[in-house]
Design a protein around this ligand. Sequence first.
Ligand code: NAD
Length: 304
Amino acid sequence: MKVAVIGGAGGIGSSVAFSLLRTDHHYEIVVIDNRDNMIVSHVMDLQDALSLGGATSVVGGEMSDALDADIVVLSAAVPLTLNTSRDIYLHDNAVIVGGIVDQLAAGGFAGILLLMTNPVDPLLTWVARRTGWSRERLLGYTLNDTQRFRTGLAQALDVAPQRVSCWVVGEHGAGAVQVFSTVTLDGKPVELTPDQRAHALDYAHNWYVRHVALDSGRTSTWSSGIGGALMVDAIARPTGEPFPASVILEGEYGVTGVSSSSPVVLGAHGLEKVVEIPLTSDESAQFIEGAAKIDELSRGLEGV
Ligand SMILES: NC(=O)c1ccc[n+]([C@@H]2O[C@H](COP(=O)([O-])OP(=O)(O)OC[C@H]3O[C@@H](n4cnc5c(N)ncnc54)[C@H](O)[C@@H]3O)[C@@H](O)[C@H]2O)c1
């Protein structure tokens, strides 16, 4: 399976490429970026790790090398700056993402687009309208929301995070919906005290703002790299297990034509099924409010 990582010299892209090398699957990996020397630097480094995993090749490339890819992982973006919301990057990243997607469309790209660039939901909604590609081929990366809730829950329960499971749906941002009814410990539903709920919510809600405020210049490169590679793997080697992703909804959760997160089943053609989880009326209202904001942001990009 050929995977092209566009934005591959960046923090997320290089971490996805590295994490794909760590699997035992025979990926052909092409890293593409407009920082030529940085691509050569990463590829020289990654090639020496090739024999330690299952991938068959890792090379630098041009946009034309992405056209026959099975999956394009797109993380190209403007550099991170101090901010409190991913939405500030909407216009500038739309210019980058739009330019890349237009080249893919003009070149006959027929694979799956896994968008990681933020703000992922309005950008993916806009890409869907711009390209007319089917929703099966359009996936947005949002696993981190669920992982952050999981970490916060594990801290609140004072247990290892592997023992906790949960789902976060809706917007990848302030409107994310942490669904407490899905929380389990060792596979069994668990009731949290108000303090435990507050801790988990605080951790999940404020992770992004706390991390950006460090002014480190880097995003969540390790978790997103592992997560992006897991998502590619869920397409390459489907398990039938639900995976969180932002996808264009077609009536699920009462939303149509807007990309938001839900558990989904992934397969060789991308999205196979949206697994709609039951929400309380408050959660449902929060989901719909988030989708309305995503819709409005994406419509503001018409003309880019
Ligand atoms: N969806 C998520 O959960 C999630 C998580 C973390 C980061 N992100 C987002 O992913 C994006 C990338 O983050 P990062 O840490 O890798 O940033 P980064 O600045 O390290 O990397 C971005 C890369 O894109 C490249 N680039 C810019 N324009 C390009 C173009 N036209 N063609 C090819 N390459 C181009 C840059 O040269 C750079 O190497 C950001 O938008 C970030 O917010 C999303």
